[in-house]
Write a protein that binds this ligand. Structure first.
Ligand SMILES: Cc1cc2nc3c(=O)[nH]c(=O)nc-3n(C[C@H](O)[C@H](O)[C@H](O)COP(=O)(O)OP(=O)(O)OC[C@H]3O[C@@H](n4cnc5c(N)ncnc54)[C@H](O)[C@@H]3O)c2cc1C
Length: 225
């Protein structure tokens, strides 16, 4: 459609896979901003075959460091991930295929064209640190569908330029603040310089000790008011 996009390559990739582990995950999701790596763990149901606790694991590293992990033999990979998680869940073992995603933020200069609209990551590709791309994508589809329905009800062409333009405006307004906040957080949490470390420590302490701040962040991310 000839739509140009601003792109920001974070120079990092995320490795995603399922892992079995010895200790229960207590149905708790983790995001762990370690020095030199970021880890996330999303609790899953127990492995149906072995009954072992199971989680989806996301490891973020500079792209060249991810590549060798994709082909490491499963037992060695299990040891490597156990080490990276500092043994907190006991020994871990690979329970799925491994996938790598390069981290690139994408911000298209337009969202619509003649009889065309971008939704999902095509409308806004974000760093997954705020775990929000899919939610924003669904909200965008809802907004576009509402415009299409309204046009149809009014007897207009469902792809009338003014309706597509209205969708673009609404989608931009709703997604730009979270996009900018995500870019800021991603930059802060992937830098190893002492000021960045200090600042993120402060931000986490503020979050921990200031319930209204915590609630405001949760509300912004869940759309709750
Ligand atoms: C590691 C990671 C963790 C994430 N965690 C979260 C989270 O916790 N919460 C959240 O809300 N979001 C999260 N996201 C973001 C979320 O995954 C995306 O926002 C969402 O998947 C986007 O959906 P989509 O359908 O727009 O695009 P995609 O899921 O990327 O789907 C696009 C599809 O189009 C296919 N395709 C591409 N080009 C072509 C072509 N030329 N022809 C045919 N097919 C093509 C691709 O193969 C792909 O299957 C995460 C993303 C990553 C990478």
């Amino acid at each position: 459609m000839g739509i140009a996009a601003d792109q920001h390559d974070f120079g990092r990739s995320m490795l995603v896979c399922c892992m079995n582990h010895e200790k229960p995950h207590q149905h708790t999701a983790w995001e762990w901003f370690d020095h030199g790596q970021t880890l996330a763990l999303l609790p899953m149901n127990d492995d149906p075959a072995s009954g072992a606790p199971r989680a989806s694991v996301v490891l973020t590293l500079p792209t060249p460091a991810i590549e060798p992990l994709l082909t490491l033999e499963p037992p060695a990979f299990g040891r490597e991930m156990t080490r990276r998680f500092a043994g907190r869940l006991g020994p871990m073992s690979l329970a799925s295929t491994r996938h790598a995603y390069p981290l690139v933020a994408v911000y298209p200069q337009r969202l619509v064209g003649p009889r065309f609209a971008c939704v999902g990551d095509a409308a806004l590709g974000m760093h997954p640190v705020t775990a929000h791309g899919f939610n924003l994508g669904l909200l965008g589809v809802e907004r576009l569908a509402a415009r299409v329905r309204a046009a149809q009800t009014a007897g207009r062409d469902i792809a009338a330029p003014q309706d597509l333009a209205a969708y673009e405006r609404e989608q931009r307004q709703a997604s730009r603040p979270i996009y900018l906040a995500t870019q800021l957080i991603a930059r802060l949490y992937t830098q190893e310089s002492p000021p960045a470390r200090l600042l993120r420590g402060l931000a986490l302490r503020l979050g921990q000790h200031c319930p209204p701040f915590k609630r405001a962040v949760a509300a912004a991310l869940t759309g709750a008011h």
